[in-house]
Write a protein that binds this ligand. Sequence first.
Ligand code: ADP
Ligand code: MG
Ligand code: ZN
Length: 500
Amino acid sequence: MSYEAVIGLEIHAQLLTNSKMFCGCSTKFGAEPNTQVCPVCLGMPGVLPVLNKKAVEFAIKMALATNCAINPKSIFARKNYFYPDLPKGYQISQYDEPLTKKGFIDVDVNDSKKRIGITRIHMEEDAGKLLHGETNEDINYSFVDLNRAAVPLIEIVSEPDMRTSDEAVEYLKALRDILVYLEICDGNMEEGSFRCDANVSVRKIGQKELGTKTELKNINSFRFIQKAIEYEIKRQIDVLEDNGKIIQETRLFDSDKGITISMRSKEEAHDYRYFPEPDLLPLEIDAKWIEEIKKNLPELPAAKRERFVKGYGIPQYDAGVLTSSKALANYYEKCVQAYRGQGVKGGYPSEGWVGGQEIPKVVSNWVMGELLRLLKEDGKDINQPSVFGLQPESFAKLLKMIDEGTISNKIAKDVFEEMFKTGKDPDAIVKEKGLVQISDESAIIKAIDDVLNANQQSAADYKAGKEKLFSFFVGQVMKATKGQANPALLNKLLKEKLSR
Ligand code: ADP
Ligand code: MG
Ligand code: ZN
């Protein structure tokens, strides 16, 4: 327990531009290999790169969203290395004078806020992709697909400010949410459009200097990143406890075994021989353009969360779930609006509360509970509204039917499922299936009498003090009425009966 970990992350995010960074080729994912290439992105001799303005705009958006100052003048540089997926023999990146200066984001970790510094955000181009395989005759082969070559990326480098794997994961999630909210990256880790390298070291608590770090490369899920960092922290502590030394190296995470393995040491690391890209002028950014982009930034996840907590009075947790995607947050807001718009009659205040809960919380419970459950079960995504016809207005109508006692909460869940599957109106479903709640006293009393008659011993036990049996009776009456008895009325009538 006398050690602490130090973690810094380097994140690559593919920008959602239509065309590549320095040519007009498409960036669309999943096309036939090598169909989205041209002399520029293939690195043919004599061609000249032309910078994609949209890519710069997207990078500026991210810089503004992460409190980074933007350098009025930045420089592209060549990062030289040989690899089969890099036909030019160098990658155009930024080095000495990147697009941004320092910034930060605030992240919620275990109920407290933590500020994590961002060292820099710079622009660069992606490399192609190698596909390795083996023939039936055990011959190894590699194919190269250059569709990805020169797709625009931003690299976001953090300060070594994180101390636990939880902090690292929350930081990573927060950055991804911002990118997706800005609509400048799809955040897809599986397809590699959002990638993370984690730098990890440990030091004795109280020690000022940083320990020697290792770099964990290309881990493609939040869960694996958490596991890889945790494994690495433990491994490094064990080495130090054994009087060993940490070697500065790049390590790979083996997700099957849950361990990290050495890939190459510092001695084998590349010397990239950076120098300014002679084919591109320095990138000068007009302050007016920055202002314009700033004005048009959307509400970001953290601000939305805060507004949901303050404006709707829902718990932090709910706000976190509901703002996990812009589409879900929008849907939630539309439902609250529709519900409020309907007004609620029958003794409820017009801002109608169900069971003592305010409208925004009731809607939140239903969206987080039923809606997300059904979306998950069907493998559907709220981001594709076409996949389900569940209009906020029908959602609100259903909740109002609970309010007014037309149907019970329990039955409403079945109705909701039907709505979700068919897109039908709740009124129609309730009518069709005869699900209207029984609020007729005599019908409920009859059901209670039947149940008490059939369970005379239990009734006697209850009267002798076994009060736990109450819920048993409730359950039996509900069963007898197919769940349609008005629960409040049932409770009241049953209490009366049993107290006699
Ligand atoms: P490199 O040149 O090896 O890439 P950098 O200094 O550029 O190293 O840092 C890369 C990343 O590693 C940054 O995110 C930084 O915060 C992090 N980092 C640097 N030193 C350490 C350390 N001792 N422990 C953990 N992370 C570190
Ligand atoms: Mg590095
Ligand atoms: Zn091209």
